[in-house]
Design a binder for this molecule. Structure first.
Ligand SMILES: Cc1cc2nc3c(=O)[nH]c(=O)nc-3n(C[C@H](O)[C@H](O)[C@H](O)COP(=O)(O)OP(=O)(O)OC[C@H]3O[C@@H](n4cnc5c(N)ncnc54)[C@H](O)[C@@H]3O)c2cc1C
Length: 412
């Protein structure tokens, strides 16, 4: 399908696909089984300049946007959804700085993130604050020119291997959701340590850690935007990044179908390749159609979002202002509903497609030494993180109902 991608975007697809085949495929089984982070692949992604595909040239990126990030993540995920997270997870940790950082903060952190010299992580979740992010207890107390952080974050993607952490902490518990701030904390800051490393079903090549903050002093200048806006930072970031989860999901689904096709075309039963059995061929047709329809939704959403955001990025980088302030001034709307739709549709599709791919391959599909079961394990997380699909459906429904009500008011 021709999605009208530009030359740079087609190059990103080719580059990421080649890197995935040549550098990720040989190590994916080991990284999955040993739960090992693939530093060798990180080095290759750095050399290919893919860490900065969505970041502005002014800060060392390739000048692309949401579409470019989706394309790179999709191609890497097509071979390993866990290894692809070294790019996607770092982008999630970087976006708060891109959207809400001052010019000084962008200059301080983005170049090393664009080059991949440093990786970033995003730390919102806590043991008692999962779907309800407003319940976070990690605190940040202002003390002269520093904030002092105390608390524990759970389930943090890219924990320990990342150098830059976007942390959400409450500066004023009495204000609840409006009392949260977003902060950048660098690895090695005294008082910031790593706790439990989780053992997971899928995406095992990427470490998921608990983060501990005990009287951790960070410069006041590490506050992103303003006190009280932390939840807003998180929500705006997730509006942008959920298309990336969708891209990870379509990559995983496509990768499973690639592997299943290679098998069912040669596996013979009853004297014929199982791919030519009507039931299996219809499963293939349904999987391919479902992947393509999710891809169409994600590419078109990412394209629309990137086009809408472009003037705000341009103005902020020209004037040295905050992107979010320019979005506000230019009345650029958020893509909350559409990006939630991308995540829900693509992740549910990936779960079904990868399960069907295991089924198509029969007993072989269930075995650890055949890659299809890994795609199924990797697919599951896309329905859970960055807000579960249940929460996304709550949001989508609320917005659709609100839109219908406002149309009625206009008619009335
Ligand atoms: C591997 C992994 C990596 C992760 N990486 C990160 C990361 O990098 N950074 C980060 O901050 N977080 C991360 N998370 C956390 C993730 O975002 C949360 O797990 C997720 O938002 C759900 O929160 P929870 O696990 O506490 O589930 P809960 O909130 O306890 O939900 C349990 C169940 O109840 C449902 N539910 C809850 N409330 C509602 C409601 N109001 N309506 C309908 N259903 C509801 C949920 O959908 C779910 O099915 C990660 C999680 C995992 C597993």
């Amino acid at each position: 399908m021709d999605y009208g991608l530009n030359e740079q975007q087609n190059e990103i697809i080719a580059l990421a696909a080649q890197l995935a085949q040549e550098k990720i495929k040989p190590v994916r089984e080991h990284c999955d089984q040993a739960e090992e982070f693939p530093w060798s692949v990180v080095e290759e992604i750095r050399k290919a300049d893919l860490f900065g595909v969505y970041l502005p040239e002014k800060y060392g990126g390739m000048g692309g946007g949401a579409v470019d990030l989706c394309l790179a993540v999709e191609q890497l995920s097509r071979v390993c959804g866990g290894i692809a997270l070294c790019l996607a997870g770092s982008a999630l940790g970087t976006m708060p700085i891109l959207l809400f950082g001052s010019e000084a903060q962008r200059r301080q952190w983005l170049p090393d993130l664009a080059s991949g010299k440093k990786l970033a992580a995003f730390a919102l979740t806590e043991a008692e604050a999962g779907s309800d992010a407003t319940a976070i207890k990690t605190s940040a107390k202002l003390d002269g020119d520093h904030y002092i952080l105390n608390g524990t974050k759970s389930f943090i993607t890219g924990g320990e291997v990342s150098q830059i952490y976007t942390i959400f902490a409450t500066t004023n518990p009495a204000r609840g959701a409006r009392g949260i701030g977003a902060f950048v904390v660098e690895k090695g800051t005294p008082g910031f340590t790593f706790g439990k490393k989780e053992t997971k079903m899928g995406i095992r090549a990427n470490p998921t850690y608990e983060l501990h903050f005990k009287d951790c002093r960070i410069p006041k200048a590490n506050l992103l935007y303003k006190e009280g806006y932390g939840l807003f930072v998180a929500q705006n970031t997730l509006d942008m990044s959920r298309t990336g989860v969708g891209a990870q999901a379509i990559g995983i689904a496509q990768g499973a179908l690639d592997e299943a096709l290679a098998y069912v075309r040669v596996r013979k039963q009853f004297g014929q390749p199982v791919a030519s059995l009507p039931v299996i061929s219809h499963m293939i047709a349904d999987c391919a159609s479902a992947i393509e329809s999710s891809r169409a939704l994600i590419y078109s959403t990412a394209k629309a979002m990137a086009a809408a955001m472009a003037p705000a990025f341009e103005a902020a980088f020209d004037k040295g202002t905050v992107v979010f302030d320019e979005m506000h001034a230019l009345k650029i709307r958020r893509y909350t509903k559409e990006s939630a739709m991308c995540k829900v549709v693509a992740s549910d599709m990936a779960m079904k497609v990868t399960t069907d791919c295991v089924q198509m391959c029969g007993g072989v599909g269930y075995m650890r030494d055949f890659p299809v079961e890994k795609f199924m394990r990797d697919a599951k997380i896309t329905q859970i993180y960055e807000g579960t699909n249940q929460i996304q459906r709550n949001e989508i429904a609320a917005m659709v109902i609100k839109e219908a009500a406002s149309k009625d008011r206009v008619k009335g």
